[in-house]
Design a protein around this ligand. Sequence first.
Ligand code: ADP
Ligand code: MG
Length: 310
Amino acid sequence: ATPTAVMVATGVGAKHGVLIKGGDALERAQKVNYVIFDKTGTLTQGKATVTTAKVFTGMDRGEFLRLVASAEASSEHPLAKAVVEYARHFHFFEPSETKDSQKNDKDSGWLLDASDFIAVPGRGVQCSVDGKHVLIGNRKLVTENGMAIPKHIEKFLVELEEGAQTGVLVACDDVLVGALGVADPLKREAAVVIEGLCKMGIRPVMVTGDNWRTAQAVAKEVGIHDVRAEVMPAGKAEVVRSFQSNGSVVAMVGDGINDSPALAAADVGMAIGAGTDVAIEAADYVLMRSNLEDVITAIDLSKKTFSRIR
Ligand code: ADP
Ligand code: MG
């Protein structure tokens, strides 16, 4: 294509909110065989909502939620935001016997001080709240800290996961005190876009740090057959390379900090506009509308631009 054609395509892209960082990226997109999608915030809305919270011990429900929110308040993860929101709502709106004057005083004083906060990649968070050691995250986080997951809790998790939800476990001083179920609905256009890619002869793949059962339930809903789950942050780039190693041209679509190595490794990295700055920087394309239809817009634009000159 002539420099003019590339300029025109860049302009057309911009009109759709598809920002293209250079002619090379524009040219590579026409050859894409695989599009690898991150799950959370890319295929899903990233607006996670707590659907259920269960306390397994004698701990008061309000105290349980306050503990959870206090620990998650320092996390940027979509799951953490959902949990804090739920706890805040419970604290300020649920009638409670332990009602105190702070209830009407928005946000002040209801969270406990958390210290020694650590985000454990692919697992969750750990910190100290009120002198208690708190762990919030998935099975791995709990078992790697020497705790076993009893049958009734495992059953609770499996039920959530089969319903495409993520189970979040909460441990306090080495005791599993409760768990939450978090749902994150698919984007409205997700299934149509997957179908569209298949019709173009492009294979969709889903990659996620979430557990296998949830991942497969979500993939089934959206129509993706090739799933890679329980992938550590660094592993997403490995997945991209494994597809490239058989000569395929790979696009990666993602929104998170976790996705940025994979976005950089892909032949065509596409960042969701609503995603993190780190992802946007690592990508060749930015989909400003955060609409997955623009994955197809971008590929079409490349095909049109580079077929015109043949
Ligand atoms: P992804 O965003 O693809 O799910 P992550 O590596 O961010 O991948 O997270 C992997 C898993 O670790 C999550 O599905 C969740 O189970 C757990 N996790 C991560 N961060 C948190 C958090 N702040 N609170 C609870 N669980 C978390
Ligand atoms: Mg994500």
